[in-house]
Design a protein around this ligand. Sequence first.
Ligand SMILES: NC(=O)c1ccc[n+]([C@@H]2O[C@H](COP(=O)([O-])OP(=O)(O)OC[C@H]3O[C@@H](n4cnc5c(N)ncnc54)[C@H](O)[C@@H]3O)[C@@H](O)[C@H]2O)c1
Length: 252
Amino acid sequence: MASSRFDGKVAIVTGGARGIGRAIVEAFAREGARVGIGHSGRSEDAAQEIIRTVGKDRAVSLPGDVADAKAVKAILDRTISTFGRIDILVNNAGICPFRDVLDVTVEEFDRVQAVNTRSIFLMSQGAARFMKDHGGGVIVNVTSISGERFTDPQQLAYCTSKAAANMLTRGLAVTLAPYNIRVNAVLPGTIPTDINEDVLARPGVADAIIKQTPLKCLGECGDIASATLFLASDEAKWITGTLMVVDGGVIA
Ligand SMILES: NC(=O)c1ccc[n+]([C@@H]2O[C@H](COP(=O)([O-])OP(=O)(O)OC[C@H]3O[C@@H](n4cnc5c(N)ncnc54)[C@H](O)[C@@H]3O)[C@@H](O)[C@H]2O)c1
Protein backbone atom coordinates (compact mmCIF):
# COMPACT_ATOMS: atom_id res chain seq x y z
CA MET A 1 0.00 0.00 0.00
CA ALA A 2 1.28 3.51 -0.83
CA SER A 3 2.45 5.46 2.21
CA SER A 4 0.54 8.54 3.32
CA ARG A 5 1.94 11.91 4.36
CA PHE A 6 1.19 11.41 8.06
CA ASP A 7 1.71 7.68 8.56
CA GLY A 8 2.91 7.07 12.13
CA LYS A 9 2.19 10.66 13.23
CA VAL A 10 -0.04 11.73 16.10
CA ALA A 11 -1.93 15.00 15.82
CA ILE A 12 -4.09 16.88 18.34
CA VAL A 13 -6.73 19.21 16.88
CA THR A 14 -8.49 21.47 19.39
CA GLY A 15 -12.09 22.29 18.51
CA GLY A 16 -11.85 19.15 16.38
CA ALA A 17 -15.42 17.85 16.61
CA ARG A 18 -17.11 20.51 14.50
CA GLY A 19 -16.60 22.96 11.64
CA ILE A 20 -13.07 23.67 10.45
CA GLY A 21 -11.49 21.49 13.17
CA ARG A 22 -13.54 18.50 12.12
CA ALA A 23 -12.39 18.89 8.49
CA ILE A 24 -8.78 18.99 9.75
CA VAL A 25 -9.27 15.87 11.90
CA GLU A 26 -10.82 13.96 8.99
CA ALA A 27 -8.06 15.05 6.60
CA PHE A 28 -5.32 13.93 9.02
CA ALA A 29 -7.07 10.58 9.53
CA ARG A 30 -7.39 10.09 5.74
CA GLU A 31 -3.67 10.74 5.39
CA GLY A 32 -2.56 8.21 7.98
CA ALA A 33 -2.32 10.14 11.27
CA ARG A 34 -3.86 9.12 14.57
CA VAL A 35 -5.80 12.06 15.93
CA GLY A 36 -6.86 13.52 19.27
CA ILE A 37 -10.17 15.33 18.89
CA GLY A 38 -10.26 18.26 21.32
CA HIS A 39 -13.63 19.75 22.18
CA SER A 40 -15.24 21.80 24.91
CA GLY A 41 -17.12 18.83 26.40
CA ARG A 42 -20.38 19.73 24.71
CA SER A 43 -19.49 17.88 21.48
CA GLU A 44 -18.91 14.34 22.80
CA ASP A 45 -21.54 12.88 20.43
CA ALA A 46 -19.92 14.56 17.43
CA ALA A 47 -16.46 13.35 18.53
CA GLN A 48 -17.76 9.78 18.93
CA GLU A 49 -19.32 9.93 15.46
CA ILE A 50 -15.92 10.86 13.96
CA ILE A 51 -14.25 8.05 15.93
CA ARG A 52 -16.79 5.53 14.58
CA THR A 53 -16.00 6.72 11.04
CA VAL A 54 -12.20 6.77 11.21
CA GLY A 55 -11.82 3.76 13.53
CA LYS A 56 -11.46 3.67 17.30
CA ASP A 57 -7.76 2.81 17.20
CA ARG A 58 -7.14 5.96 15.12
CA ALA A 59 -8.83 8.72 17.13
CA VAL A 60 -9.56 9.67 20.72
CA SER A 61 -11.98 12.17 22.23
CA LEU A 62 -10.29 14.88 24.32
CA PRO A 63 -12.92 16.89 26.16
CA GLY A 64 -11.78 19.92 28.18
CA ASP A 65 -11.63 23.70 28.27
CA VAL A 66 -8.49 24.75 26.39
CA ALA A 67 -8.38 28.00 28.36
CA ASP A 68 -7.83 26.04 31.58
CA ALA A 69 -4.31 24.91 32.46
CA LYS A 70 -5.41 21.73 34.29
CA ALA A 71 -7.70 20.70 31.43
CA VAL A 72 -4.90 21.31 28.93
CA LYS A 73 -2.56 19.06 30.92
CA ALA A 74 -5.25 16.35 30.91
CA ILE A 75 -5.72 16.67 27.12
CA LEU A 76 -1.97 16.32 26.49
CA ASP A 77 -1.53 13.47 29.02
CA ARG A 78 -4.47 11.54 27.55
CA THR A 79 -3.01 11.84 24.05
CA ILE A 80 0.38 10.56 25.20
CA SER A 81 -1.14 7.71 27.24
CA THR A 82 -3.32 6.67 24.27
CA PHE A 83 -0.94 7.07 21.32
CA GLY A 84 2.49 7.40 22.98
CA ARG A 85 3.47 10.68 21.32
CA ILE A 86 2.51 14.11 19.97
CA ASP A 87 3.96 15.13 16.60
CA ILE A 88 1.48 17.80 15.52
CA LEU A 89 -0.67 20.27 17.44
CA VAL A 90 -3.39 22.28 15.70
CA ASN A 91 -4.73 25.08 17.91
CA ASN A 92 -8.10 25.62 16.26
CA ALA A 93 -10.63 26.09 19.11
CA GLY A 94 -12.15 29.53 19.20
CA ILE A 95 -15.18 31.62 20.09
CA CYS A 96 -16.57 34.76 18.47
CA PRO A 97 -19.36 36.46 20.39
CA PHE A 98 -20.79 39.48 18.58
CA ARG A 99 -21.19 42.45 20.98
CA ASP A 100 -21.18 46.22 20.65
CA VAL A 101 -18.12 47.76 22.28
CA LEU A 102 -20.26 49.76 24.75
CA ASP A 103 -22.03 46.58 25.93
CA VAL A 104 -19.26 44.00 26.15
CA THR A 105 -18.40 43.11 29.78
CA VAL A 106 -14.92 42.62 31.20
CA GLU A 107 -15.72 38.94 31.75
CA GLU A 108 -16.81 38.49 28.12
CA PHE A 109 -13.73 40.31 26.83
CA ASP A 110 -11.40 38.23 29.01
CA ARG A 111 -13.08 34.96 28.05
CA VAL A 112 -12.47 35.61 24.35
CA GLN A 113 -8.77 36.29 25.03
CA ALA A 114 -8.55 33.15 27.19
CA VAL A 115 -10.16 30.78 24.69
CA ASN A 116 -8.61 32.23 21.53
CA THR A 117 -5.15 33.21 22.79
CA ARG A 118 -4.24 31.85 26.24
CA SER A 119 -5.21 28.38 24.95
CA ILE A 120 -2.56 28.59 22.23
CA PHE A 121 0.07 29.47 24.83
CA LEU A 122 -0.99 26.68 27.20
CA MET A 123 -1.39 23.95 24.58
CA SER A 124 1.81 24.92 22.73
CA GLN A 125 3.92 25.15 25.89
CA GLY A 126 2.72 21.75 27.09
CA ALA A 127 3.12 20.07 23.69
CA ALA A 128 6.53 21.68 23.13
CA ARG A 129 7.83 20.31 26.44
CA PHE A 130 7.08 16.82 25.08
CA MET A 131 8.20 17.51 21.49
CA LYS A 132 11.57 18.97 22.54
CA ASP A 133 12.52 15.66 24.20
CA HIS A 134 11.26 13.58 21.24
CA GLY A 135 12.97 15.08 18.19
CA GLY A 136 10.67 18.05 17.50
CA GLY A 137 7.21 18.66 16.10
CA VAL A 138 4.87 21.05 14.35
CA ILE A 139 2.27 23.52 15.60
CA VAL A 140 -0.36 25.16 13.38
CA ASN A 141 -2.62 27.85 14.80
CA VAL A 142 -5.95 28.55 13.12
CA THR A 143 -6.23 32.30 13.76
CA SER A 144 -8.06 34.72 11.44
CA ILE A 145 -7.71 37.55 8.94
CA SER A 146 -9.48 39.50 11.71
CA GLY A 147 -6.13 39.52 13.51
CA GLU A 148 -4.61 41.49 10.65
CA ARG A 149 -7.53 43.75 9.73
CA PHE A 150 -10.30 45.11 11.95
CA THR A 151 -13.32 43.44 10.36
CA ASP A 152 -16.44 44.23 12.40
CA PRO A 153 -17.42 46.77 15.09
CA GLN A 154 -19.00 43.92 17.07
CA GLN A 155 -15.77 41.92 17.07
CA LEU A 156 -13.37 44.08 19.08
CA ALA A 157 -12.53 41.30 21.54
CA TYR A 158 -12.25 38.72 18.76
CA CYS A 159 -9.98 40.79 16.48
CA THR A 160 -7.76 41.64 19.48
CA SER A 161 -7.45 37.98 20.44
CA LYS A 162 -6.59 36.92 16.89
CA ALA A 163 -3.97 39.68 16.52
CA ALA A 164 -2.36 38.35 19.71
CA ALA A 165 -2.62 34.80 18.34
CA ASN A 166 -0.75 35.88 15.21
CA MET A 167 2.04 37.42 17.31
CA LEU A 168 2.12 34.31 19.49
CA THR A 169 2.65 32.31 16.30
CA ARG A 170 5.67 34.38 15.32
CA GLY A 171 7.10 34.42 18.85
CA LEU A 172 6.67 30.70 19.35
CA ALA A 173 8.22 30.04 15.93
CA VAL A 174 11.39 31.89 16.92
CA THR A 175 11.62 30.56 20.47
CA LEU A 176 10.84 26.92 19.63
CA ALA A 177 13.00 26.68 16.47
CA PRO A 178 16.06 25.51 18.49
CA TYR A 179 14.02 22.45 19.51
CA ASN A 180 13.11 21.60 15.89
CA ILE A 181 9.53 22.72 16.44
CA ARG A 182 7.95 24.69 13.58
CA VAL A 183 5.03 27.05 14.29
CA ASN A 184 2.78 28.62 11.65
CA ALA A 185 -0.73 29.99 11.38
CA VAL A 186 -3.56 29.69 8.90
CA LEU A 187 -5.73 32.83 8.71
CA PRO A 188 -9.18 31.96 7.35
CA GLY A 189 -11.58 34.39 5.77
CA THR A 190 -15.30 33.72 6.07
CA ILE A 191 -16.36 30.07 6.08
CA PRO A 192 -19.93 29.10 7.04
CA THR A 193 -19.81 27.15 10.34
CA ASP A 194 -21.60 27.26 13.72
CA ILE A 195 -19.45 30.25 14.74
CA ASN A 196 -21.03 32.65 12.23
CA GLU A 197 -24.32 30.90 11.45
CA ASP A 198 -26.45 33.67 13.01
CA VAL A 199 -24.55 36.51 11.37
CA LEU A 200 -24.50 34.93 7.92
CA ALA A 201 -28.26 34.31 8.20
CA ARG A 202 -28.92 38.07 8.44
CA PRO A 203 -30.24 39.43 5.15
CA GLY A 204 -27.50 40.64 2.81
CA VAL A 205 -24.53 39.75 5.03
CA ALA A 206 -23.21 36.76 3.04
CA ASP A 207 -23.77 38.59 -0.26
CA ALA A 208 -21.84 41.63 1.01
CA ILE A 209 -18.87 39.45 2.05
CA ILE A 210 -18.89 37.64 -1.30
CA LYS A 211 -18.93 41.01 -3.09
CA GLN A 212 -15.77 42.06 -1.19
CA THR A 213 -14.06 38.73 -2.00
CA PRO A 214 -12.01 38.72 -5.21
CA LEU A 215 -12.68 34.99 -5.79
CA LYS A 216 -16.43 35.69 -5.38
CA CYS A 217 -17.39 32.91 -2.98
CA LEU A 218 -17.14 32.01 0.71
CA GLY A 219 -14.57 29.43 1.78
CA GLU A 220 -15.09 25.81 2.77
CA CYS A 221 -13.74 24.01 5.84
CA GLY A 222 -11.67 21.82 3.51
CA ASP A 223 -9.79 24.90 2.24
CA ILE A 224 -8.43 25.47 5.75
CA ALA A 225 -7.73 21.76 6.23
CA SER A 226 -5.60 21.67 3.04
CA ALA A 227 -3.48 24.63 4.16
CA THR A 228 -3.12 23.22 7.68
CA LEU A 229 -1.98 19.82 6.46
CA PHE A 230 0.52 21.42 4.10
CA LEU A 231 2.05 23.46 6.96
CA ALA A 232 2.08 20.36 9.19
CA SER A 233 3.79 18.22 6.54
CA ASP A 234 7.45 17.80 5.66
CA GLU A 235 6.76 19.71 2.43
CA ALA A 236 6.81 22.79 4.68
CA LYS A 237 10.02 21.79 6.51
CA TRP A 238 11.67 25.20 5.98
CA ILE A 239 8.55 27.22 6.82
CA THR A 240 8.14 28.63 10.30
CA GLY A 241 6.65 31.88 11.62
CA THR A 242 4.40 32.24 8.56
CA LEU A 243 0.86 33.62 8.65
CA MET A 244 -0.84 31.91 5.69
CA VAL A 245 -3.92 33.84 4.59
CA VAL A 246 -6.67 31.61 3.10
CA ASP A 247 -9.49 34.04 2.33
CA GLY A 248 -10.32 34.18 -1.38
CA GLY A 249 -8.27 37.37 -1.70
CA VAL A 250 -10.05 39.63 0.85
CA ILE A 251 -6.91 40.84 2.63
CA ALA A 252 -5.18 41.52 -0.68
N1 LIG B 1 -15.64 30.17 10.24
C1 LIG B 1 -15.00 31.29 9.94
O1 LIG B 1 -15.46 32.11 9.12
C2 LIG B 1 -13.68 31.59 10.58
C3 LIG B 1 -12.94 32.68 10.09
C4 LIG B 1 -11.73 32.98 10.67
C5 LIG B 1 -11.24 32.21 11.71
N2 LIG B 1 -11.99 31.16 12.17
C6 LIG B 1 -11.44 30.40 13.30
O2 LIG B 1 -11.46 29.03 13.01
C7 LIG B 1 -11.53 28.28 14.24
C8 LIG B 1 -12.62 27.22 14.12
O3 LIG B 1 -13.87 27.87 14.02
P1 LIG B 1 -15.14 27.28 13.26
O4 LIG B 1 -15.52 28.26 12.24
O5 LIG B 1 -14.90 25.87 12.87
O6 LIG B 1 -16.25 27.40 14.41
P2 LIG B 1 -16.97 26.29 15.32
O7 LIG B 1 -17.79 27.08 16.29
O8 LIG B 1 -17.66 25.30 14.46
O9 LIG B 1 -15.76 25.58 16.02
C9 LIG B 1 -15.13 26.07 17.18
C10 LIG B 1 -14.71 24.89 18.00
O10 LIG B 1 -14.01 25.36 19.16
C11 LIG B 1 -14.41 24.58 20.26
N3 LIG B 1 -14.27 25.35 21.49
C12 LIG B 1 -14.81 26.56 21.77
N4 LIG B 1 -14.46 26.94 23.01
C13 LIG B 1 -13.69 25.95 23.52
C14 LIG B 1 -13.04 25.75 24.77
N5 LIG B 1 -13.08 26.66 25.74
N6 LIG B 1 -12.35 24.60 24.94
C15 LIG B 1 -12.27 23.67 23.97
N7 LIG B 1 -12.86 23.81 22.75
C16 LIG B 1 -13.57 24.93 22.54
C17 LIG B 1 -15.88 24.23 20.00
O11 LIG B 1 -16.22 23.04 20.70
C18 LIG B 1 -15.89 24.06 18.50
O12 LIG B 1 -15.66 22.71 18.16
C19 LIG B 1 -11.79 29.31 15.35
O13 LIG B 1 -10.57 29.58 16.01
C20 LIG B 1 -12.25 30.53 14.58
O14 LIG B 1 -11.99 31.73 15.25
C21 LIG B 1 -13.20 30.84 11.64
